[in-house]
Design a protein around this ligand. Sequence first.
Ligand code: DQA
Length: 143
Amino acid sequence: MKKILVIHGPNLQLLGKREPAVYGSVTLDEINIALKKVAKKRKVVLQIVQSNVEGRIVDLIGKAKNKFSGLLINPAAYTHTSVAIRDAISGTGISTVEVHLSNIHAREEFRHTSLITPVAKGTILGFGMNSYLLGLEALIDLI
Ligand code: DQA
């Protein structure tokens, strides 16, 4: 079975309690359970990691190419700042789908730029938990 690495970036462990007006009331556990259901149905295996540490995310992506067929990532705040995560994705060439719960283009100006979008196969944003589920389906279709 093909394996997909799922990375949740910084502060996403707080989902459910964090700015519910922006991110809704869904928790990270609920998102992960829903992702695993899709994975089971589509016969892929997920490894799911949440990290608040940029270097750990870079390390995981760096080692992912031979172990995983694709990467589903919500880089969270690192979306807007991390050349290192972008370089890890382009350097390994791993097929990547970027997701965001919120519509980053409808928010503060500093969120309008994603350093990750140019190195992702595609980006899905603005649909809450469904961004992840649609992103996973699209990534599975791709790999
Ligand atoms: C986010 C959007 C980012 O701007 C923010 O820093 C996050 C979450 C989203 O899923 O909507 O932490 O990636």
